[in-house]
Design a protein around this ligand. Structure first.
Ligand SMILES: Cc1ncc(COP(=O)(O)O)c(C=O)c1O
Length: 372
């Protein structure tokens, strides 16, 4: 199937990367990094060149997300996955309630559930459905996922939690382009290799005063052993000095900073609107074609960062995906592997242009027409 298809020259996207993570890093960022020559890469994170970079990242994020002045912006190594454990070990008191709807939110629940002293409860829905979460009596932390990357489901509203409960939100693949009032969250965290067009390995978290208080209390509780790399007090102290506890990847920080500057030029609202425009275009396309359908039935949960679109079983999505990748025309549009669906999962991240998305849809349509 599709073996005779060749992408016409005029439909070749200017950038073939449509993957949902890592996402495309603009070539200009790489060129800018190269231009720093001998003056950045290979510099200690305790020296001013890197500390200034971290400071710029923190200030840029504060301004972009309108992070309240009394929130801490903390960075560390290990990505969002490390934070799953770090939050469980260092912020959950006794009970956490997780709202899950796919692979990543479920993985977070499982991390918490493995901690012997925590009682973790999972509230879940079938894959393809959305869930917003709510306060749960006697849970001291509520865990929700802003954008479930495996299924393309986003939150439609933030849950309201009790005064002494913390709201933690894994915003990894939606942070920056899915609207979210971070002042209504206690721990808002993400890895930078999605909307923020950087590399993996780093985590970023915004902590409310309530979350800092809890983290400090547990850090200082001598009965609970927490590995040094997961210690919140250490992470907070280092971040206050524009540092990470251990050595970070300088290029990751550099790309992240470039993307924050780029997005700050537009502002959060405008970036969210552009994402919505791309999402509307793709979901309309999926609705119009008889061989396509949006995977997420309920519109309010359809992600504006990751679009999952099912293809009629008559056509083999993977065969087309492989052909386009072999042609070096389109990369990364395969469904999340464990989902096992005949599906395209397409990134709507900020640097993926509407123009290229239009070309991608035309390529897919043309390939299908040839098989009809
Ligand atoms: C929603 C979500 N959470 C967590 C992660 C894990 O991030 P990392 O690989 O940076 O640890 C991912 C990665 O894709 C994700 O999409």
């Amino acid at each position: 199937m599709f073996e005779n298809f060749k992408t016409p020259e005029e439909l070749i996207p200017s950038d073939p990367r449509f993957g949902c993570g890592p996402s495309l890093i603009p070539v200009e960022f790489v060129e800018k990094l190269v231009a720093t020559n001998m003056h950045l890469l290979g510099t200690s994170h305790r020296k001013s060149a890197i500390k200034n970079l971290v400071k710029e990242v923190q200030e840029g994020l504060r301004s972009y997300f309108k992070v309240p002045a009394n929130y801490q912006i903390v960075l560390g190594n290990g990505g969002a996955t490390l934070l799953f454990d770090m939050i469980a070990l260092g912020i959950v008191d006794r009970k956490a309630a997780h709202f899950t709807c796919g692979e990543f939110s479920n993985k977070w629940f499982k991390s918490t559930d493995l901690v012997p002293w925590i009682s973790a409860v999972e509230h879940t829905v079938e894959y393809g459905q959305g869930i917003d979460g709510q306060n749960v009596d006697d849970a001291d932390l509520i865990a929700v996922t802003l954008n479930e990357t495996s299924t393309g489901v986003q939150l439609s509203a933030l849950p309201e939690v009790d005064e002494d409960t913390l709201l933690a939100i894994d915003a990894t693949s939606g942070a920056g382009q899915i609207p979210c009032d971070v002042s209504k969250t206690d721990i808002f965290f993400f890895s930078p290799q999605k909307v923020f067009a950087s590399e993996g390995g780093l985590w970023v978290a915004f902590l409310s005063p309530k979350a800092v208080y809890r983290a400090m209390r547990i850090s200082e509780d001598s009965d609970r052993y927490v590995p040094g790399i997961m210690n919140w007090k250490t992470a907070l102290t280092n971040s206050e000095k524009n540092q990470t506890y251990n050595t970070p990847s300088v290029s990751t920080l550099f790309y992240l900073n470039e993307q924050i500057k780029l997005m700050n030029e537009l502002g959060y609202d405008k970036v969210c609107n552009l994402a919505q425009e791309k999402a509307t275009f793709l979901y309309n396309w999926a609705n119009e074609k008889d061989y396509l359908s949006p995977y997420i039935a309920e519109e309010k949960y359809r992600s504006t960062a990751v679009a999952c679109i099912d293809l009629d079983e008559k056509y083999d999505a993977n065969a087309l995906i492989k052909l386009l990748a072999d042609e070096k025309v389109v990369y990364g549009i395969d469904a999340y592997r464990k989902l096992g669906r005949n599906q395209f999962r397409i990134s709507l991240f900020h640097n993926v242009t509407l123009d290229n998305l239009k070309k991608l849809t035309q390529i897919i349509d043309m390939a299908i027409q040839q098989e009809k």
